[in-house]
Write a protein that binds this ligand. Structure first.
Ligand code: PPE
Length: 329
């Protein structure tokens, strides 16, 4: 998926021009995957551009960093407001936001502890992750031959760069076989998630999703859907999900910041339910869409509004872009 440049990227506390936001080829994270990141979205809402659950994303980012022993030189509040300022300065009304914290340049070898910790935030316009048609009609998925990373080898709850090689293998396998997405199982054959989405099965009036011990990323969209579903009188049950339940389900859908809520219409060449997105999927999709766009009063607290004051320093003076060195360490 192409990335169209915006004006500025926040790098270690400074706003730098998009084309100057570079790293050295000996950046530790590039060699060993020692980075943690987030995927966040800003939506054009009735309150103006607003970042969806900004604080929760920053919190997960800082926890991921901590799990990989990365001290972060910025507070949660600094990262949250840097995100708002970045969106404002780029003049975006809606966009995808990618904060990343990684071990930088100056050290090689597997001990990362002496390498600098760099922090950047970028944003760009990103459309429907699994296609507009996928969002409307549903996608075709395949159970991967690749097992989802185990908590005995890595930390599924951390959103760490190196861990995504697992998703890359599964994604490539599914695309080459003619499917749009992969579904990964764990070593017990339990369903975990997609390459970048959590997964849900609807059957006999129950909505089930793999639980915290099923090698999932604890998705922020997932948390939102659990709450939305509950408020709508449904319940999303967290439990082990067997592979066969995917095929027997009346509805299957996936969720993630990039993907939002996407119906799955076929898995391993079995049509799911009628082969068309089902009612529960539709209801939740609409509820999520209302929440992210600020149409539901009840979920307005999930929106971190990008106000023009995001451009101001505490003294009220408007800052100008400054350049940071492209290499640290
Ligand atoms: N599982 C995985 C493995 C995952 O990467 C994501 C997000 C989720 C579940 C859903 O989490 P949340 O976004 O908090 O609801 N995947 C991000 C990265 C996608 C990418 O290609 O990069 C995303 O959706 O932003």
């Amino acid at each position: 998926m192409n990335v169209d440049p915006t004006d500025l990227i926040w790098m270690n506390g400074e706003f730098v021009a998009w084309e100057d936001a570079k790293v050295h080829v000996l950046t530790h994270g590039l060699h060993y995957g020692t980075g943690v990141f987030e995927g966040v979205r800003c939506y054009d809402t009735e309150l103006g551009p607003a970042v969806f659950r900004n604080a929760e994303h920053v919190e997960r980012l800082l926890k991921s960093a901590e799990l990989y022993y990365m001290p972060v030189p910025y507070s949660a509040e600094e990262l949250r407001s840097a995100t708002l300022e970045l969106v404002a300065r780029n003049g975006m009304s809606s966009c995808y936001i990618r904060p990343i914290i990684y071990r930088g340049y100056g050290q090689m070898g597997l001990n990362p502890l002496e390498a600098p910790v760099d922090v950047t935030i970028a944003c760009w316009e990103w459309g429907a992750y699994l296609g507009e048609e996928g969002k409307r009609r549903g996608i075709r998925a395949r159970v991967s031959s690749w097992e989802r990373i185990s908590p005995r080898s890595l930390i599924p709850h951390a959103k760490a760069s190196g861990q995504y090689l697992n998703s890359v293998l599964a994604k490539v396998e599914s695309l080459k076989a003619g499917y749009e997405e992969a579904i990964l199982l764990d070593e017990h054959g339990h369903v975990c998630e997609g390459t970048g989405e959590n997964i849900y099965v609807v059957r006999d009036g129950e909505i089930a999703t793999p639980g915290q011990h099923n090698s999932i990323l604890d998705g922020i969209t997932r948390r939102s859907l659990i709450q939305l579903a509950g408020d709508l009188g449904y319940e999303i049950v967290e439990r082990n999900v067997a592979r066969a339940e995917l095929y027997l389900a009346e509805e299957v859908f996936m969720s993630g910041t990039a993907a939002e809520l996407v119906p799955v219409r076929e898995i391993d060449d079995h049509p799911i339910g009628t082969g068309e997105p089902g009612e529960v999927t539709r209801v939740l999709q609409a509820a999520y869409d209302d929440a992210i766009h600020g149409r539901s009063e009840r979920y307005r607290e999930w929106l971190d509004v990008v106000s023009p004051s995001a451009l101001q320093t505490p003294t009220g003076e408007v800052r100008t872009a400054s350049r940071a060195p492209t290499v640290t360490g």
